[in-house]
Design a protein around this ligand. Structure first.
Ligand code: ADP
Ligand code: MG
Length: 428
């Protein structure tokens, strides 16, 4: 327990850079606590008594607003610290922490924390760093929200596309969307445009009530936010909203390019990130999605056939479709355990003349088990190499969006234009 407690502390932001001797001292003060699913760890307005480190499970942090509506601020998982802001600021809790699943935590009482802080300069410095970073993240979020309130469509549509099936597009789209939603709750939507045998709902253990195929394009264009929520299914572990293209394969033909365009236009008025998973091929609905995208992430496998397919796909996007702003970025994936070539060996950036946003390693059983259990791998095994790589890509996407918003604010232009300028290889 002692040893695992210091290992766990090292995963938490605030403690990660402290020397081993400090970690041992802190770990002696920790007490284990277990809370069941839906149980409240602390409530908004409560006196601050302790902070916690999550061992396993997941905690949702939310505030209730004057209107009575709940606003989710964050989801915290293994290795993350809960409630340290209250300890620093003093006063009452500003938000409620509830267990999303059965959760095990390590508790550090306020009196012990205060004594530690008074005597430990390292800890004080680390806390200041973490607080500054959280404040910056909050400001980015506020900036994004004000730009929605000004009325303009602000969200970025990212299409995840692989020219060949089996490259991992659906796995990556789903996990990227979850990772983004966990970092910016209530601001991410995932559209499943696999019109034959889509399996996004299975990967997330969701049962969509209805689908894009069930509505007319005209009524999508007139929809208000409340009405849209009816068509979206919320993933409880992350706040991600999922929009299913179809519920059954035979509905596929009902989804027209007009549907796709109207749905993506509507969703980007409501969400900061709209992630779209499309199947392979250049069908009419796929072309409509590609034409609506500000960001096209092409999933490439690390072999010559993969690069060849991606090169062809790039030629089609650039020469035939003439997508505005050259929105292509590449994501290298390793869906099989066989030896593969490195990004350098493939000379990807050179061959494709476009940005490589990340490389996801082979995740083996971890990925397969997560899929079987209907849990996204980034939640089930957040510290595995495959999850860390996916989370890294999500953070890059978030950073690209924040940069675009800042640039757009300075120039009084649209975030989408600024986004294309920041991510596109070619000048706009
Ligand atoms: N990085 C990875 N490591 C291990 N398995 C992976 C990885 N990426 C994808 N897979 C597996 O490969 C298979 C195909 O993935 P999928 O996302 O359905 O591909 P696509 O949507 O491109 O057809 C799935 O069984 C998935 O679990
Ligand atoms: Mg797929």
């Amino acid at each position: 327990m002692r040893r695992s407690a210091t290992d766990l502390l090292r995963r938490a932001d605030v403690f990660a850079r402290l020397p081993e001797s400090d970690l041992r001292q802190i770990s002696k003060l920790l007490r284990e606590r277990r809370i069941g699913r839906n149980q409240v760890l602390f409530g908004q307005g409560d006196a601050v008594e302790a902070m916690y480190v999550v061992v396993d499970g997941r905690i949702r942090i939310a505030t209730s607003q004057a209107t009575g509506r709940e606003r989710v601020l964050a989801f915290l998982g293994p290795g993350e610290v809960v409630g340290e802001m209250g300890l620093l600021r003093g006063g009452a809790r500003s938000a409620t922490a509830t267990a999303v699943t059965d959760t095990r935590l390590l508790q550090l009482r306020k009196a012990d924390f205060d004594a530690l802080l008074a005597n430990n300069l390292n800890l004080m410095r680390e806390l200041a760093r973490v607080v500054a970073r959280r404040r910056a993240a909050m400001q980015h979020r506020l900036l994004a929200e004000t730009s929605y309130e000004r009325g303009g469509p602000s969200g970025i549509v990212s299409v995840i596309f692989s020219p060949r099936g089996g490259a991992g597009a659906t796995t990556l789209a789903t996990n990227l969307a979850v990772a983004l939603a966990q970092r910016a709750p209530d601001s991410v939507a995932l559209v499943d445009l696999n019109l034959l045998f889509g399996h996004v709902p299975l990967l997330l253990d969701l049962n969509p009530r209805t689908s894009l195929a069930a509505i007319s394009a005209a009524s999508i264009r007139q929809m208000e936010r409340e009405a849209v929520e009816f068509y979206l299914t919320t993933h409880p572990g992350s706040s991600l909203r999922v929009f299913a293209g179809v519920l059954r394969p035979e509905e596929g033909e009902l989804v027209t390019p007009a549907h796709v365009k109207a749905a993506l236009e509507l969703l980007r008025r409501m969400f900061a990130h709209v992630i779209v998973d499309i199947g392979p091929g250049f069908s009419e609905p796929n072309l409509a999605a590609l034409e609506s995208a500000h960001n096209v992430l092409i999933v490439c496998t690390a072999d010559r056939a993969g690069v060849r397919a991606v090169t062809e796909c790039q030629r089609i996007c650039r020469e035939l479709l003439r997508l505005p702003g050259d929105p292509l970025q590449y994501l290298l994936n390793h869906p099989s355990p066989y030896p593969s070539l490195s990004a350098e060996q493939l000379e990807l950036e050179h061959a494709l003349n476009a940005r490589l946003i990340g490389s996801v390693p082979y995740g083996g059983e971890t990925v397969a088990r997560a899929a079987l259990e209907g849990l996204p791998v980034v939640s089930r095994s957040p510290h595995s190499a495959v999850s860390r790589a996916i989370i890294g890509v999500a953070e890059r996407m978030q950073a690209q969006l924040s940069e675009a918003l800042q640039l757009a604010t300075r120039r009084a232009s649209t975030p989408q234009g600024a986004y294309a300028e920041l991510t596109g290889a070619a000048p706009v």
